[in-house]
Design a binder for this molecule. Structure first.
Ligand code: FES
Length: 189
């Protein structure tokens, strides 16, 4: 079983509005910053990925604190992920109490198993480019393709709020969350 460590934390999303972040430390950027030259094949923060093998996988995520996001990378044969080099990137966001309230009001039925943890595929609904983590808790997910016909931004429930995928929802992996003693286990099918 894989174990999430503090090194795997990409960003902490707290409060409202743009988060205060240090890109040099977190390797993450806000949407307002220039994303023109970022690669579209992988999310921002890729040096902190939790790399797992293809197929089913278990990750112990107890170390993820409220507000924090980590990203799992898993090889796949699913053509949905051809634009990301056949790698399925999956974000895990441990929500704060306010973010749980937002999720319970806005999450689409059947997409979130446990409202404390938001687990979502980082693949854009438009043309399958990688979704980056912005650091803005109101718009935490954004397509890495910032072209004029792309530039999708998604809210904390994974719903497109602007750009080419406005109104569309990010997809969700097949997963289960379970508690074993004092451990929270994410099982990817
Ligand atoms: S591929 Fe993401 S907006 Fe076009």
């Amino acid at each position: 079983m894989h174990k999430l460590t503090r090194r795997n934390v990409i960003v902490k999303l707290t409060g409202t509005g743009a988060a205060l972040m240090c890109p040099a430390i977190l390797n993450a950027q806000t949407v307002d910053l220039d994303w023109d030259n970022v690669p579209t094949t992988a999310p921002i923060g890729q040096d902190r990925l939790i790399n797992v093998d293809a197929g089913t996988s278990q990750i112990e995520i107890s170390a993820l604190q409220p507000g924090e996001v980590a990203v799992i990378a898993r090889p796949t044969t699913d053509e949905t992920y051809s634009a990301t080099g056949m790698i399925q990137y999956i974000a895990v966001h441990h929500r704060t109490p306010d973010q749980i309230t937002f999720g319970e009001a806005n999450d689409q039925a059947g997409t979130v198993q446990n409202s404390t943890y938001f687990v979502v595929n980082l693949v854009c609904e438009h043309r399958g480019k990688a979704i980056g983590i912005t650091g803005d808790p109101n718009v935490p997910f954004a397509c890495t393709d910032r072209g004029s016909r792309h530039s999708s931004n998604y809210n904390a429930s994974g719903i497109g709020v602007s750009g080419a995928s406005e109104g569309d929802s990010l997809s969700f992996p097949d997963y289960t969350l379970s508690v074993e003693g004092d451990q929270m286990i994410l099982q990817l099918a």
